[in-house]
Design a protein. Structure first.
Length: 223
């Protein structure tokens, strides 16, 4: 069992390194197998193809993102400061993969793609990302009604997805435009969260989050 796990982890590590260094399109399963020191058949035993490794990339990115974010989240800090720190740390983690952006869009955008961030196959990484947004809210002094404890982390994750999409297509130096977007966006989000304390806005937020939750459920993904 330990050897099995070790081989699988080695394939993931090699694949992600090659994606960063050589690009997704140029990386073949044979290349991954050769670099990992295993047979091609053995590589296919663990992964049906390199597309399947994209979901491993999501998990690795989310683990790294949480590790970095926990170092910059301030307990009792403002939501604007904490959310900005979390979004910027996410962009820091993504930076080595920017050249992979075009291939990412081709894989992730089709609605039934297993590589979509909304797919059932991506559920582990998605849950990790939403939980990080929940941690960000919990650490911030700007509290929200208990009835929105599930809704707001999901909405913040959707905002993070929007920022990521902008980053993928951002051709500015070091994706500076995306950094500017984050700095301008977080105060607006913080104000919206404050408004969510009002009963009328609270219902709207819950309705939107409920819709998104249905969209990302297994039932919604199968439609």
């Amino acid at each position: 069992m330990a050897r099995t796990s070790e081989t699988r982890d080695k394939l993931v590590d090699v694949a992600l390194r090659l994606f960063r260094e050589e690009g997704f399109q140029a990386t073949t399963m044979r290349r991954i197998a050769d670099e990992a020191g295993v047979s091609l058949g053995n590589a296919y035993y663990y992964f049906a193809g390199k597309d399947e490794l994209v979901n491993e990339l999501y998990v690795v990115i989310q683990r790294d993102h949480r590790e970095r974010a926990e170092q910059v989240i301030t307990q009792g800090g403002s939501l604007s400061e904490n959310l900005a720190a979390v979004l910027h740390s996410g962009l820091d983690v993504l930076t080595p993969y920017h050249a992979f952006g075009g291939a990412f869009l081709q894989l992730a955008l089709p609605t039934r793609s297993s590589s979509s961030p909304f797919s059932e196959e991506s559920s582990d990484a998605r849950a990790m990302a939403i939980d990080l947004m929940r941690t960000t809210l919990d650490a911030s002094k700007q509290k929200v009604p208990a009835s929105l404890n599930d809704a707001l982390p999901l909405l913040l994750w959707m905002i993070y997805m929007g920022v990521t999409l902008h980053w993928v297509t951002d051709s500015s130096d070091n994706q500076a435009r995306t950094r500017t977007l984050v700095d301008g966006l977080v105060p607006v989000v913080s104000k919206a969260v404050r408004l969510a304390r009002l009963p009328v806005a609270r219902g709207l937020v819950a309705d939107v989050a409920g819709l998104l939750k249905r969209m990302t459920s297994p039932e919604g993904l199968s439609r």
